[in-house]
Design a protein around this ligand. Structure first.
Ligand SMILES: Cc1cc2nc3c(=O)[nH]c(=O)nc-3n(C[C@H](O)[C@H](O)[C@H](O)COP(=O)(O)O)c2cc1C
Length: 183
């Protein structure tokens, strides 16, 4: 699939078949994450791969509390969850993690896989001051949770979101650019 098609067609999947990813698919996703740019090429991110039935996911779900629970579990029974952690004290870690997770999302889309970015566990991860989740998830020393992504085969799709170009885009500067109409 062409890159621009993957960008245009990507949408969050919240319903998965139980089918596992193949080793090749998982490798493609992780490679996409590792190929993402990082500020000053610091490469300060770590990727933890979990099966959808890993007990730590259920423990995190429990720690999130009832208020945060979606109708299913927070990874929507996806067969694979990738948790991205990063250096706590580097200025650009959150941005770099966001870029990496989108690289993974687009790679998943390119493979025809469903995916959903997961931030809802952040409060529970940040509250884990004893570092028990971080330890179980294999975060390197000094790394904290940044973002996660669930991936699997789509059981149900969703249209890409709509957007308000007028509200979100300003074309400033040259007169010629002011007349520019985004398609
Ligand atoms: C940083 C971030 C965190 C998100 N966290 C969650 C989440 O915890 N649970 C969830 O179901 N979707 C989550 N999403 C998915 C958004 O809800 C989704 O991208 C948005 O509604 C637009 O829909 P689309 O992805 O289908 O275009 C998150 C997305 C981003 C970018």
């Amino acid at each position: 699939m062409e890159l621009l098609s993957a960008i245009a067609q990507r949408s969050s999947t919240r319903s998965y078949t139980g089918e596992e990813l193949t080793a090749e698919e998982l490798d493609t996703l992780l490679t996409a994450g590792l190929q993402a740019p990082t500020a000053t090429n610091r490469q300060e991110l770590h990727f933890t791969v979990l099966a959808g039935d890993d007990p730590v996911l259920f423990a995190i779900q429990e720690a999130m509390g009832a208020r945060m629970r979606p109708e299913k579990n927070f990874w929507y029974d996806a067969p694979t969850v990738i948790v991205i952690s990063g250096e706590r004290d580097f200025r650009w870690t959150a941005v770099d993690a966001g870029i990496a997770v989108e690289n993974i999302a687009l790679a998943a889309e390119g493979l025809g896989l469903g995916n959903v970015i997961l931030g809802c566990l952040k409060a529970a991860m940040d509250a884990d001051t004893g570092g028990s989740f971080a330890k179980t998830l294999g975060f390197p020393e000094g790394y904290t949770f940044q973002i996660a992504i669930a991936v699997g085969r789509k059981a149900a799709g969703k249209e890409p979101h709509t957007y308000d170009r007028e509200k979100q885009v300003t074309i400033a500067g040259l007169e010629g650019l002011r007349a520019f109409q985004c398609q």
